[in-house]
Design a protein around this ligand. Sequence first.
Ligand code: ATP
Ligand code: MG
Length: 347
Amino acid sequence: MITIEQLSKVYHSKGKSVIGVDDVTLNIDQGEIYGIVGYSGAGKSTLLRCMNVLERPTSGIVRIDGIDLMSLSPKELRKARQSIGMIFQGFHLAMSKTVLENVAFALKASGVGRKERRKRAEELLVLVGLDDKANQYPAQLSGGQKQRVSIARALANNPKVLLCDEATSALDPNTTKSILKLLQEINRELGLTIVLITHEMEVVKEICDRCAVMEEGRIVEQGSTYDIFAYPENELTKRFIQTVIDFQIPEEQLVKSQGTIVHMTITGELAGESIVSDLLQHHDIRGNILHGKIDYIQNQALGMFVMELTGDRSEVERAIGTLHDKLEEVEVLQDAGTADQSMARAE
Ligand SMILES: Nc1ncnc2c1ncn2[C@@H]1O[C@H](COP(=O)(O)OP(=O)(O)OP(=O)(O)O)[C@@H](O)[C@H]1O
Ligand SMILES: [Mg+2]
């Protein structure tokens, strides 16, 4: 649905050039929810604004539903933009218009008659759960309700794509959840393709089918949300994941430890199996869970455990061998006795 090829955007200001987006190639499929994460200044908004040519790329190609947006005349581009809705962190509502008028206004430019505009706006307000607020003004609404209005407005022209720039960043966690749920419903019911940019990995985990991580204008890693969480490769990706699933072991715990500390990722069907208890039953070792969680990402289980294994060194090694055979991700964080040695050195 969205094809981006070797897209770059360079800003020139006060004789200096700043790279906003650097050689990004990306394909977003029809009907998926695609997340783009990155810290401030990574180039997320620039990339998103290039997708509807609010920002004209310096080089590269942007195609939406097969149409090369850069090749269009201004008039054609205005028309093409009607199939691309957009919502923002700051809502961008007209404060002097009622909720209904805000939504109906989006249909004016596309030549829809007054009566029809009103009818369609009323339907959209039902869709976002705000039909009882039709005659109120934005100032009378909460942040979550304002974002619902802007979603209704963005959907007015039956877009194929919805671009969301930090749409939940100004909202509290509960309101964020309800807006994400609404976006998910819209995605499923209308088959709308959604691109969602955020600096919160939790948002990606909640609703994105696939995602990309951006740094300094580039995409450093991309994949299905499940794989990104289960097998992150880039250091930045790992840092983002740690904000949601933190498996850092406190230094004092590591120093105290007598055993071998292993981190294991148990994916898919295996997460429901008794990998840990089998391990302890079949090997003459003891296991102490230091961290453990089974999370569900896109309805697929993802288990993460950090365990301290103690016992005869060769038996512990055999147990780790068993884990390697069964699991894709097993990492020894600290060998048995390492803490003793480092303490001895310190003394
Ligand atoms: N209009 C502009 N003129 C000059 N430089 C710009 C302009 N817009 C963005 N930039 C620069 O491009 C880079 C990417 O900015 P962008 O706004 O895309 O980042 P972002 O990932 O959306 O950040 P944030 O999370 O803070 O919104 C930054 O270095 C920024 O300073
Ligand atoms: Mg931004």
